[in-house]
Design a protein around this ligand. Structure first.
Ligand code: UD1
Length: 356
């Protein structure tokens, strides 16, 4: 069996690493080809992750880099097609909802190569998000849909997708976390920054709706206020850094860092008193770890994290950040059970289904 895995961004690596490793173990005679689109290309956004997660060196680097949505998508399609022509795989495996995912699905579908989609069926019902468009297309054109939460079943059914294509396997991002929990526990990032466990807020922001417009300076002002109550650590995504430099606001009092590696970031998350984010994956990791998460968005494609009780939707209004200390004081201390199949074995289930 020949499988081509197409990955391109930081969260893709975390979701796909355990699947590649489970399939290589299950199908040792198979051909496993890794294509890195190059959507993320900075060392801190890509190489560090591949190394830490133990992803083998990619067989093909497409080096598409940054650009508009159309440019990025078109470049991946143009450069992936000859690779798929040469490899003629039985299956193309794609994770998540980024532009690289969309491009890979379209390319393979037109070449009539079956596609498997990891993290299928999530919906924010907000088509202004580029990721929502990518998710809908990826699910429509994938033969194998790997679901990480049960709400995905209803979402897909509502779009007329046949139940036979759906496989509720669990969360592969949590597989990575479970596999590396021991190493994460040894890093001690908080201690090295002089932070007491449970005392600080960890912040990540990168979505266009928040960082590409006037909300960013207001958000940073609110974070500076929050930092008077609890230390605020903020590893800054390149997109956000660019916008912060243009806005040139005041951010004294915040601990700004470069994007962190997986182990270092997860170590900080484990010790955080609260996490404030607009990321999808971080809503899930905090749910597994039982860390209070506040999501600066109007909606989430991951309502399972809200039901679990760890995640609170703050909305897009940065003023809501002021309510975090009071919300923390009222939270029950008990750590909830993780959602079904967020157990470290989702990738093995995927490998079983693919190997048939
Ligand atoms: C992308 C995904 C988003 C995902 C996020 C994770 C899409 C539509 N968006 O957003 O769903 O949550 O990745 O990080 O696919 N840049 C660098 N170095 C890099 C990569 C990007 O400096 O290695 C800068 C460039 O200025 C670029 C900007 O960041 O223009 C945005 O990068 P892009 O890949 O377009 O989207 P992300 O915001 O990273």
């Amino acid at each position: 069996m020949r499988i081509v895995y197409v990955i391109g961004t930081r969260p893709n690596f975390v979701k796909t690493a355990p699947v590649i490793s489970a399939l290589r173990a299950r199908l040792p005679e198979g051909r496993h080809t890794i294509v890195h689109t190059g959507q993320h290309y900075d060392r801190l956004m890509s190489d560090v992750f591949l190394e830490e997660l133990g992803v083998p060196a990619p067989d093909h680097m497409l080096e598409v880099g940054s650009g508009s949505h159309a440019q990025q998508t078109a470049r991946v399609m143009e450069r992936l097609e000859p690779v798929l022509e040469a490899e003629r795989p039985d299956l193309v495996m794609v994770p998540g909802d980024v532009n690289s995912t969309l491009a890979a699905v379209l390319t393979a579908a037109k070449m009539r190569i079956p596609v498997a989609h990891i993290e299928s069926g999530l919906r924010s019902f907000d088509r202004t998000m580029p990721e929502e468009v990518n998710r809908i297309v990826a699910d429509e054109f994938s033969e194998l849909l790997f679901l990480h939460s049960d709400e995905a079943i209803e979402n897909l059914r509502a779009e007329g997708i046949a139940t036979e294509r759906m496989h509720f396997v669990g969360n592969t991002m949590i597989d990575t976390l479970v596999a590396l929990e021991g190493r994460i526990g040894e890093i001690g990032s908080a201690e090295r920054l002089g932070l007491e466990s449970g005392s600080f807020a960890l912040v990540t922001l990168h979505r266009p709706a928040l960082v590409d417009g006037p909300l960013l300076p207001e958000t940073v002002r609110r974070l500076v206020d929050l930092a008077e109550k609890m230390p605020v650590v903020f590893p800054v995504h390149p997109r956000t850094r660019k916008m912060m430099e243009e806005a040139s606001g005041e951010h004294s009092g915040l601990m700004l860092t470069e994007p962190l590696g997986y182990l270092e970031f997860l170590s900080l998350m484990t010790d955080a008193g609260a996490v404030l984010t607009d990321s999808g994956g971080i809503q899930e990791e905090t749910t597994y770890l039982g860390i209070p998460c506040f999501t600066l968005r109007d909606n989430t494609e991951r309502p399972v994290t809200i039901r679990a009780g760890t995640n609170t939707l703050l909305g897009l209004d940065p003023a809501a950040i002021a309510g975090i200390p009071a919300a923390l004081a009222q939270r029950p201390p008990a750590k909830p059970d993780p959602p079904p199949f967020w157990d470290g074995h989702a990738s093995e289930r995927i490998a079983e289904i693919v190997a048939g």
